[in-house]
Write a protein of this length. Structure first.
Length: 133
C-alpha cells in the first residue's frame, strides 16, 4: 500500500511518533488506535492508518478482518472512523510527525542527504528589518 492522491504531484515518506495521550508502556503500536476508536478487536486487527485531506480530514483504519480472512488470504478493510474535530486530528494522534515530499519524477531525491541545517534568514535578508531603518 502507498499513499495516493489525484495527481501525485509530490511523493515521499512519512514517520510519526504516537501522542503521549494515546501511547504509553506497551501501547505504541497500531492496536492503540484501534482501542482509541473502540474497534471490535475480536474481529479486526489494525494494520495501518490513513489520513486523507486537509480541511476535512478523513481518517481510516486499515484492518485485517479476522472473520473473513482465510489461511490463504487476508481480507483487508479500509474502515472510515468519525472524527469529532478534524482540524485537531494530527495533534490528537501524533506527538511528532515528519512528512518529506519531493517531485514525483526526481528519483535521486530518495538517495540525498543534506550538508547543512540552516534558518531561512541565514540566506535571505529580512525585508521588515530593512523597512524599519
Amino acid at each position: 500500500m502507498k499513499a495516493d492522491v489525484q495527481y501525485n504531484d509530490f511523493i515521499g515518506t512519512v514517520a510519526a511518533d504516537i501522542s503521549d495521550a494515546l501511547g504509553g508502556p506497551g501501547g505504541d503500536d497500531m492496536e492503540t488506535y484501534g482501542k482509541y476508536f473502540k474497534i471490535d478487536e475480536v474481529r479486526f486487527e489494525v494494520l495501518g492508518l490513513s489520513i486523507y485531506g486537509t480541511d476535512h480530514s478523513l481518517v481510516s483504519l486499515i484492518c485485517k478482518d479476522k472473520k473473513r480472512s482465510t489461511t490463504n488470504r487476508d481480507y483487508i478493510v479500509k474502515m472510515s472512523v468519525d472524527i469529532e474535530d478534524p482540524s485537531r486530528i494530527l495533534k490528537l494522534l501524533f506527538k511528532r510527525i515528519h512528512i518529506l515530499l519531493h517531485d514525483k519524477h526526481n528519483e535521486s531525491f530518495k538517495h540525498l542527504g543534506y550538508d547543512e541545517e540552516a534558518d531561512y534568514d541565514d540566506f535571505h535578508e529580512n525585508i521588515q528589518d530593512d523597512n524599519d531603518e
